[in-house]
Design a protein around this ligand. Structure first.
Ligand code: NDP
Length: 357
């Protein structure tokens, strides 16, 4: 049981209720890596995976830059491996969305639509979701030609003309992927240069099936029951035009999934959560991992690294709580002291290594 495994962690949970040492929210690279580390550290670990398992990699095609896979790996396959690895060490999985949290008292409480869970610590790894443009007919035509996922829907556009909007790596990747199916891919970008990596830009520029439209703003999607075209505006001249396409893929970046934590945890203007000390938030025992707190790198490998950091921080924090019954300021102080001890030990080890060299 949780309280037996985590030495000295006292609980004020209802008698008989399962209290996990670590509850992880989210099942992307960050969540699963946190689960691997926490479960392997013999902490009773629960992953509230969400209804859409596996995070953003489930809607990605080939992942070419995850270390250890020299020939690339499919996103869903990679996440399946992560999940199996976490299960191997005993992490429990529940494929439900968290609908509410209470971080005001120990143990923390989390609700799904039909159940309540408790944990001494929580790692938030809810990631980010694809953004939409907010055009008048964008939502209405979703599933009828408007899509946010080339891997999921590209197949339906064989020999059709389609458009992709965006200038980052996602847009490049989607446009390239869609050339497998489409007769022609129009890549629409609001500025005169892409922000995507050079290698992806080069691949797009040298693909004969892709036509690039710089300085093009999408004003609306046309069509009654299916996409028939787009209204475009030239951002330099202001001139509008119609581009006939049967598919429209939106690839303009992501929004962190943090609605649940509004008013509870500190976040920036966009909604990314902010850590207070290392991966811990201003609420002792609540940790962050992955894209939910990372507007800068947002890579599968960095998210996995964050999951590892958060699990190690959670483990140290649980260890530091000792006999403390309630969540108090001492928790944070003890955790800080423990970190200092670990940091001092690492410094001493590093000094000894350099002296030996
Ligand atoms: P980015 O934030 O990098 O790019 C978003 C793009 O969408 C920008 O070009 C932006 O334009 C445009 N955009 C944003 N809002 C609007 C709007 N309202 N109307 C029109 N255009 C808009 O997001 P990505 O999802 O592309 O990439 C995120 C991160 O993931 C990056 O770090 C990227 O490198 C990484 N990634 C890596 C991949 C790989 O290596 N295989 C694959 C996919 C992503 P503007 O440039 O004008 O701001």
């Amino acid at each position: 049981m949780a309280d037996e495994r985590t030495t000295g962690v006292a609980s004020n949970a209802p008698e008989g209720a399962t209290v996990y040492d670590v509850v992880i929210i989210g099942s992307g690279p960050a969540g699963y890596t946190a689960a691997i580390y926490a479960a392997r550290a013999n902490l009773r670990t629960l992953v509230l995976q969400g209804e859409q398992l596996g995070g953003q990699l489930m809607i990605t095609s080939e992942v070419e830059n995850y270390p250890g896979f020299e020939d690339g790996v499919l996103g869903p396959e990679l996440m399946d491996k992560f999940e199996k690895q976490a299960r191997r060490f005993g992490a429990e999985m529940v494929p439900q969305d968290v609908t509410k949290v209470d971080f005001s008292a120990q143990p923390f409480t989390l609700w799904t639509y039909n159940k309540q869970y408790q944990g001494h610590s929580v790692i938030i790894a809810t990631g980010a979701s694809a953004k939409w443009l907010g055009l008048p007919n964008e939502q209405r035509l979703q599933g009828r030609g408007v899509s946010g996922c080339a891997t999921c829907d590209g197949f339906f556009f064989r020999e059709k003309a389609i458009a992709v909007v965006g200038g980052g790596d996602t847009a490049m990747e989607e446009a390239l992927f869609l050339t497998r199916y489409a007769s022609q891919v129009h890549l629409l970008h609001r500025r005169d240069s892409f922000r995507a990596s050079k290698i992806m830009q080069q691949r797009v520029q040298s693909n004969p099936k892709i036509t690039i439209h710089y300085n093009s703003e999408v004003m609306d999607v046309l069509g009654e029951n299916a996409v028939e075209g787009l209204t475009l505006r030239d951002t330099q001249t202001g001139a509008t035009s119609t581009l006939p396409v049967q598919g429209f893929f939106v690839a303009i970046g992501h929004q962190p999934n943090t609605e649940l934590f509004k008013g509870i945890l500190e976040m920036d203007a966009v909604g990314y959560l902010k850590p207070a000390t290392h991966t811990m938030t201003s609420i002792p025992g609540v940790f962050l991992a992955g894209d939910v707190a990372d507007a800068r790198y947002r890579q599968a490998v960095t998210a996995a690294g964050e999951g590892c950091r958060a699990a190690i921080d959670a483990e140290r924090w649980l260890e530091s709580r000792g006999e403390v019954n309630e969540q108090t300021a001492e928790d944070a102080a003890a955790w800080g002291a423990l970190n200092e001890t670990h940091d001092a030990a690492s410094d001493a080890e590093r000094d000894a290594t350099s002296a030996a060299r």
